[in-house]
Design a protein around this ligand. Sequence first.
Ligand code: AMP
Ligand code: MG
Length: 319
Amino acid sequence: MSIISKDISKAIELLNNDELVAIPTETVYGLAGNIFSENAVKSIFKTKKRPSFNPLIVHIASKNRLSNIVSYIPIKAQLLADAFWPGPITLVLPKKEIIPDLITSGKPTVAVRVPNHPITLQLLNQLEFPLAAPSANPFSNISPTKPEHVENYFKHDIKMVLDGGPCKRGIESTIIGFEKDEPIIYRLGSTPIEEIERVIGKISIKNKEEISPKAPGMLERHYAPKTKTILTDDLTKSIKFHSDKRIGLLIFNDILNDDNIQFKVVLSEGSNLYEAASKLYDALHQLDEQELDIIIAEKLPNYGLGKSINDRLSRATKC
Ligand code: AMP
Ligand code: MG
């Protein structure tokens, strides 16, 4: 029997009993539990095999509840919440004492967002507590963007995937921290930098070495297929070089025909970066199922969401 279901009241019952439920968001599916339940939070880490030094994002029903979670809101953080929530921006701010250290891995700050998915907003509105919800995949595997991806990973571990259909945005939220009240991007994501800068002006990206190398979204190898995967800006050359292998292709917009290619996925025939982002992880899941020797991924244009997609692809292709 499938564990995929649209039954919100069942999800509420499980969450109220300290159990985990996979929930849909606009970015990826999350593995959710009550932030105040030690059992639930511990089983998130255990189920995902996620290291405990790796803090979780807290999901709330509305921006009005931000002040229940954080002790201080810089002006630019409020501007971002007003402009983008519900939506794929996560704010890292000083935590209130009630937020358990397990959630923040002992840090004095907490990551918070309001997800933009009608079913999950309905769920959050009916719960008495916020949800911790990291992506519903085993640590460092490809993130899930369809209920079936979660079921494949966790059918023996969780009782329910709340079915919200395929995720519309398809890559994780953009994470923004604050240093001396100035915002800094900690992780590229579904909200492009250009859109953020329209609201709060110039913003810098924290470079990888400065961030704790232990932050998961920042780990070099992450979001990775099991099949060897390479990233290239010269497809023809890479296909030629690997011509003795069973090749899978992940390409942006071009219909490229070559006898050496066993399987290919085009992310957006119309060159739309939003469409490409929404299809990225499903494409990697599909390619990984084909018993290929190698997946060759094409670098996307390096602006807007293309920058975030390239970030994920470069982590998926690290050895
Ligand atoms: P995931 O839920 O798998 O998308 O990962 C959550 C991301 O948020 C990770 O990359 C964390 O490092 C980051 N994060 C969560 N809490 C904090 C925090 N307090 N400070 C910095 N980064 C955080
Ligand atoms: Mg993740």
